[in-house]
Ligand binder design. Structure first.
Ligand SMILES: Nc1nc2c(ncn2[C@@H]2O[C@H](COP(=O)(O)OP(=O)(O)OP(=O)(O)O)[C@@H](O)[C@H]2O)c(=O)[nH]1
Ligand SMILES: [Mg+2]
Length: 449
């Protein structure tokens, strides 16, 4: 990424949503651009960290484009540590896009995704774990995920990873000194070094495991509801999402396409998929829907296989159960329990009524448990995938170092992998990270962030 003055819409961009939209400008020309476009009536002082009221005006035509507030934050007291100008415009798409176009015409260029945060990082405003935490905070889909992101933003991860890296650096320094000046220094207790490396390795592995548990809160779960026609799949989607999202009729073959609903259950974000009931049919549209149902099962994190208690467990239900890939967790759920006295019907794991809501809470619990939810309670920090990979790589390098220790190889054999471990941890915090990696990390951010 290069320098210059960048600009983007920093608020959510959706038509008709939000009463305020913000155009953010950062860089050496930000103040000049702001001044060239903004009319502030009266004698409002043009000062840093003060809000001005006025109008954005097209300098070419003199036309007033929007009524707005301008906030100037001179370097280095801003998010990017460059001079930043924010234009708080009216919400919606039209005004803010026009204002952005004027800003671009005045000499700024469009910001790349995450470029503001990348500048903040490069200018030392925040470390890489905090920058990533901001992105996670913005995209969090549940309250728990936001809490974990906030812990990262407070420096929880930087502290943990940075601390472990320091401890490795201490050992590395001792070892490297012995490589060069063995005879001038007091003898090194190899056992103590190995023990310390092992302690760090244990902590790293714990952090990786915690990160994997936290992943559920970040990514959410994709849950597919599968079953023969008319068993009540769409009714169940409506019950869980407390909506009338899916059409329900007593005609088998009502749902023809995937119906998606986003919800949060006990803090876990969830995408629920209602599918077309599976049966043999000549109807071309229904066939296509059924193909989609089968594909949805392949990509689901959990499958709810629903069957109709009033009909009992049939061969066709068994065929469906057998079609679920072995590695996909699934729950077999008997529906319409309001019609039939709850029998102990194998292989049903749960009895519900999508009509009355009976069994709802048990279902939610079983659903979350089937995908390992519950384990992430009490998590303080959670590494994201990138950080997990690096922490795991560091732990593996430490394993190789410990191997050298065990074989009582000379010190320089220990240092090779130890150095790799230090480097991997530095890539998490951003202390040792290449520009290419940074570009990749920040490109996953949203534009304007
Ligand atoms: N009594 C009773 N009826 C139910 C229950 N769940 C669904 N039904 C009824 O069963 C019929 C079919 O429900 P749907 O939710 O459309 O079934 P579906 O599995 O989505 O059906 P397709 O889309 O055709 O595959 C409707 O008349 C529902 O009102 C239940 O728990 N009890
Ligand atoms: Mg349906």
């Amino acid at each position: 990424m290069s320098s210059g003055t960048i600009a983007a819409v920093a608020t959510a961009v959706a038509a008709g949503e939000g009463s305020v939209s913000i155009v953010r400008i950062s860089g050496p020309d930000a103040e000049r651009i702001g001044q060239s476009l903004f009319d502030a009536p009266g004698d409002q002082p043009w000062e840093s960290h003060r809000v001005l009221y006025g109008h954005v005006r097209d300098p070419a035509s003199g036309e007033r484009v929007d009524e707005a507030l301008l906030l100037l934050m001179r370097a280095p007291r801003s998010f990017t540590r460059e001079t930043v100008v924010e234009l708080h415009c009216h919400g919606g798409l039209i005004c803010v896009q026009r204002v952005l176009e004027l800003v671009l015409a005045a000499g700024a260029r469009r910001a790349l995704p995450g470029e503001f945060s990348q500048r903040a990082f490069l200018n030392g405003r925040l470390d890489l774990t905090r920058a990533e935490a901001i992105s996670e905070l913005v995209t969090a889909r549940s309250r728990r995920a936001a809490q974990l992101a906030m812990a990262g933003l407070d420096g929880g991860l930087q502290h943990r990873i940075g601390g472990l890296r320091e401890r490795l650096l201490d050992q590395l320094a001792e070892l490297e000194a012995r490589v060069d000046f063995e005879e001038d220094l007091p003898p090194l207790d190899g056992l103590a070094v190995a023990e310390e490396l092992q302690r760090v390795q244990v902590e790293l592995r714990q952090l990786v495991a915690d990160g994997q548990r936290g992943q559920l809160l970040r990514d959410g779960l994709k849950v597919a509801i599968l079953g023969r026609p008319n068993v009540g799949k769409s009714s169940l989607l409506n019950l869980l999402s407390r909506s009338d999202r899916a059409i329900v009729t007593d005609l088998p073959g009502t749902t023809r396409d995937l119906v998606e609903s986003e919800l949060v259950l006990q803090g876990v974000p969830l995408t629920l998929l209602d599918t077309a009931g599976i049966r043999d049919t000549e109807d071309r549209v229904e066939q296509l829907g059924i193909e989609r149902s089968r594909a949805a099962v392949q990509s689901a994190d959990v499958v709810l296989l629903l069957f109709d208690l009033t009909q009992g467990w049939t061969d066709a239900d068994q065929v469906l159960l057998d079609s679920i890939p072995a590695e996909v967790p699934h729950l077999v759920v008997a529906n319409k329990a309001d019609q039939v006295a709850a029998a102990d019907l194998a292989p049903a794991q749960l009895c519900i009524s999508a009509l009355t809501g009976a069994g709802h809470d048990h279902l939610v619990e079983a659903l979350l448990r089937s995908c390992g939810h519950g384990g992430e309670q009490g998590l303080q920090v959670a590494l994201n995938r990138r950080q997990q990979d690096l922490a795991a790589a560091a732990a593996a390098s430490l394993g190789a170092s410990l191997e050298a220790a065990q074989q009582q190889l000379p010190w320089d054999f220990w240092t090779i992998d130890l150095r790799a471990a230090v480097r991997a941890l530095g890539e998490i915090t951003g202390e040792e990270v290449s520009e290419a990696v940074l570009d990749r990390v920040f490109s996953r951010f949203c534009i304007g962030k």
